[in-house]
Design a protein around this ligand. Sequence first.
Ligand code: SF4
Length: 289
Amino acid sequence: MRYIGDIYRPPSEAYSLIVQLTVGCSHNRCAFCSMYKEKQFYVRPVEEVLADLAWCRRQYRRVERVFLADGDALIAETDTLLRVLEYIREAFPECERVTCYASPKSVGRKSDEELCRLRRGNLQMAYLGLESGSDTVLRRMRKGCSAAQIVEAVLRLRGAQIAASVTAISGLGGRELWQEHAEATAAALSEMKADYIGLLTLMVEPGTPAADWVREGTLTLLTPQEVLAETDLLLSRTDSEGSVFRMNHASNYLTLRGTLNKDREAMLAQLRAGMDGAVRLKHEGFRAL
Ligand code: SF4
């Protein structure tokens, strides 16, 4: 399989066939992210993508899931996406779902009718980074869009029956903006009611602007206890009936899983056990991205 550069995927795509429809990230400017920095973004020629899929068909007997990488594969032209989806349907009739990363920009370039056609083509889910519901935090982190734009993108995907999996990042506001970050993120999550909500915890990567700000003292990282207090506020304020909530990323100090809103109190109890010291938190050295 030809992969161009390092490949990233959501944790839930661990067993999926990963095929690059795009290379790199269409934005590539977030201050906390180091993922695609070595890549210049482009949409791969569709014939190359189909050739990769044909090669995979010859190699693998059973492919139940396909993840279209890299960042923001939804930004490809609708006809290109439909061609790839059609090829997957024909070559991999056993494939149950196709997923990809998306952004407000890529969703905004599609009409509702195009999104519905993609869903009928078996695009089942898109992953979006909310990161924070606070526009102050998003601006500072150079996310390139507002919380309202991300909420709208998720609502449009869900309107087309494409499930949305949304991530936010604990600690992204630093000690300076933690309360605004928690409250605004809870408000955005409550508005979008994503099918899946994932909460990561900020880890500052060397070479990123965020790492410079930490060194200069303009971004103060939260302590583990402060992260849990922020998460307590976020979770207490999130009203997202039916959303699957996961805080089980390698970056998290504590693991939580449940379905909102019914499991919220149980998850808050686990969180508070972590804050009280009754449950041991992950050692800093075992955290990872
Ligand atoms: S966080 Fe996502 S949108 Fe931002 S630069 Fe990284 S991959 Fe691109």
